[in-house]
Ligand binder design. Structure first.
Ligand SMILES: Cc1cc2nc3c(=O)[nH]c(=O)nc-3n(C[C@H](O)[C@H](O)[C@H](O)COP(=O)(O)OP(=O)(O)OC[C@H]3O[C@@H](n4cnc5c(N)ncnc54)[C@H](O)[C@@H]3O)c2cc1C
Length: 610
């Protein structure tokens, strides 16, 4: 059977890739995913969003992506993170019901134009015309023009719980072996990566009186543009505990039985998501680490103890839990484990995540050495939309790091070789005062509209951006003359001052002020537009200053490079030419980000561009 595009793997990357590719109605798109692993499954922390990641989910929503809508349907606890640090870096995080999330994913794909095939791909080959042939474990063979590989942690996956080692992509799932023919042509990183997960606990065995309750935050906005503020599912509380000296001492005493510390695991783990062993050995003087107890769903007893990721032997896991307050009698439903897997060298990919040397082959998600559902989903979107545009012989959709976290993620991936799992956080962006959750619809509108898809999100974006620009200019020109339009305790009223001046003042909450003013003045704008305008005004001065600095850099940074030509320049050192050949920078900015490129090379190349 011949498809335009086949997506291999129904995780977070695969779902977005298939979903957006199938929005182009003339294309035939299939999603092939392994039996026994639900679509959009959450093998680790059942939560979507968080710092830097909530922004990505909203960006995807503005682009017509899937993740935000699924998270809302399954959301059982909402929180606004970084609230005390100000609007610029706030992010939404949603605890999701694992089963509801997977059901919503299955329903969305089943109702879309995607042809869902539940089977394991056992071999992939490429013919002389560059078409791909996939052999499935049910003996059928599929063909396609473009192949998007999103196999997560399954590539030669190996699971570790103490001394027990077995093959698998995750607990209860087989690994993805047998893809040697395809991968003989693909450069994987010389090293393997690893990630781990904590034991799952039975809720009724926890001693809640010892734990601090954390209820859902009702103010947080849903992710999907059509979902407004009301919650779709029932909300539940999470609970907080802390490790103790006795707990960590027990872990330290079992160092020789820890696969991560006795040499059994060689893969590199995510620095920002350390296991409890890492915490015990990296910080020998610290004994108190947070443990968040997060229910995995409304109809399951399973609880995820966030902070206790481990690959220690089962008996050690059982023993150290006894020293965590509230978990003394906790019953383990599934023991924690670590998974080691192969990773593609992303410096071999272009900005659409296509493998340079094998046109038509795309990689997205954890197979690219990232960790996290949101990072995977963002890459899936980029690969899916670009595979579709490529079939239609249209220009690729390239995201800039200046106006999106998706752009930051893709550029970081393709311009460096991973030496540890990559995770997004706000500090990765030079422009984080501008790349916020509240203005995602304004920032992403130009990308989405360039696709010309005319779906409901396009109508919403048109209306949102029109209202945004109208209110934005209104605030810049409207001179306030009427004191009664401001709160009674407002002491800063100045007759004739423009509204902008009030909104940018340090101590005032710009959102509350603008909402109050507009309601008193009897002017109606979408609440999300009001929020986006107020926050944009608040940070306007800082953003302008940062923009001037960035523009100086990006004036040259955005210039496109002929990287092949640079390889012929003998006044660029051999080492630098090697790095250029490896990373294939398409712009000056990408060249600057490559580790090991010397200032002299940058000066020389910038001279060529100006
Ligand atoms: C044990 C564990 C712990 C983790 N811990 C963390 C963490 O602490 N923090 C964090 O941010 N992230 C963590 N993650 C990572 C997180 O799960 C991933 O980042 C995310 O799920 C990646 O999405 P993906 O779409 O790339 O891959 P996945 O969600 O893994 O999906 C891969 C899909 O490919 C399918 N597939 C694989 N091979 C084949 C084949 N041959 N044929 C057909 N289908 C195939 C699978 O069935 C699956 O549906 C963890 C993952 C695991 C397994």
């Amino acid at each position: 059977v011949k498809f335009d595009i086949i997506v291999m793997g129904g995780g977070h990357a695969g779902l977005e890739a298939a979903w957006i590719a199938s929005s182009f109605k003339s294309l035939r798109v299939a999603l092939v995913s392994m039996p026994g692993v639900p679509l959009g499954s959450t093998p680790c922390n059942p939560a979507v969003g968080g710092v830097g990641k909530g922004q990505v989910v909203r960006e995807l929503d503005a682009l017509g992506g899937l993740m935000g809508a699924l998270a809302d349907k399954a959301g059982i606890q909402y929180r606004i993170l970084n609230e005390s640090k100000g609007y610029a870096v706030q992010s939404t995080r949603v605890q999701v019901d694992k089963d509801l999330y997977a059901q919503a994913a299955h329903q969305a794909i089943s109702e879309s134009a995607v042809e869902l095939i539940i089977a394991k791909v056992v071999a992939v080959s490429r013919d002389d015309f560059g078409h791909f042939k996939l052999s499935l474990d049910n003996d059928s063979v599929l063909e396609c023009h473009k192949l998007i590989v999103t196999t997560g942690t399954f590539l030669n996956g190996k699971l570790h719980t103490g001394e027990q080692v077995r093959s698998g992509g995750r607990v209860d799932a087989m690994p993805s072996a047998g893809l040697q023919e395809l991968f003989s042509e693909v450069q994987t990183l010389g090293k393997r990566f690893k990630t781990g997960t904590p034991p799952r606990l039975r809720f009724s065995s926890l001693n809640l009186s010892e734990l601090e309750e954390q209820p859902s935050d009702y103010r947080a906005q849903n992710f999907h543009f059509q979902h407004g503020e009301g919650r779709i599912s029932r909300q539940v509380s999470c609970y907080l505990s802390r490790t103790t000296r006795a707990c960590l001492d027990l872990i330290r005493a079992n160092k020789d039985r820890s696969p991560m510390y006795n040499g059994q695991i060689s893969g590199i783990g995510p620095r920002y998501c350390p296991s409890i062993e890492d915490k015990a050995f990296r910080y020998p003087d610290r004994h108190e680490h947070h443990v968040f107890l997060e229910p995995e769903g409304l109809n399951t007893e399973s609880v995820y103890p966030n902070g206790l990721s481990t690959s220690l032997p089962a008996d050690v896991q059982e023993a150290f839990l006894k020293f965590v307050p509230g978990l003394e009698n906790a019953e383990i439903l599934v023991h924690g484990y670590a998974v080691e897997y192969d990773v593609v060298d992303t410096s071999r990919l272009d900005s659409s995540l296509q493998y340079f040397a094998l046109p038509g082959l795309y990689f997205a998600g954890q197979v690219n050495g990232t960790s996290g559902y949101e990072e995977a989903a963002a890459q899936g979107y980029v690969a899916g939309v670009n595979a579709a545009l490529s079939v239609l012989e249209r220009t690729p959709l390239i995201f800039s790091r200046e106006d999106s976290y998706i752009g930051v993620l893709i550029e970081d991936l393709i311009t460096t070789t991973r030496d540890e799992p990559y995770r997004l956080f706000t500090a990765r962006s030079e422009n984080r005062l501008f790349i916020r959750e509240d203005n995602s619809y304004v920032r992403m509108a130009h990308y989405r509209q360039s696709l010309g898809l005319h779906q409901s999100i396009d109508v919403y974006l048109r209306d949102f951006t029109a209202q945004f620009h109208e209110l934005y200019s209104l605030c810049s020109i409207y001179r306030t003359k009427n004191r009664s339009l401001f709160p009674p305790d407002f002491s800063n009223f100045v007759h004739g001052q423009v509204l902008d001046e009030y909104l940018s003042r340090g101590a005032l909450d710009p959102v509350q002020l603008l909402e109050f003013f507009l309601s008193k003045a009897g002017v109606n704008f979408d609440q999300q537009v009001v929020k986006a305008v107020a926050i944009s005004k608040k940070y306007g001065g800082y953003i302008n200053r940062a923009h001037i600095e960035l523009q100086k850099l990006s004036r040259i940074g955005e210039k496109r490079l002929q990287w092949r030509k640079l390889l012929e320049m003998h006044n660029i050192s051999f080492e630098c030419r090697q790095r250029i050949e490896q990373f294939k920078p398409e712009t000056f900015d990408q060249l600057q980000r490559i580790e090991g490129i010397r200032p002299a090379t940058l000066v020389f190349v910038s001279g060529m561009l100006t």
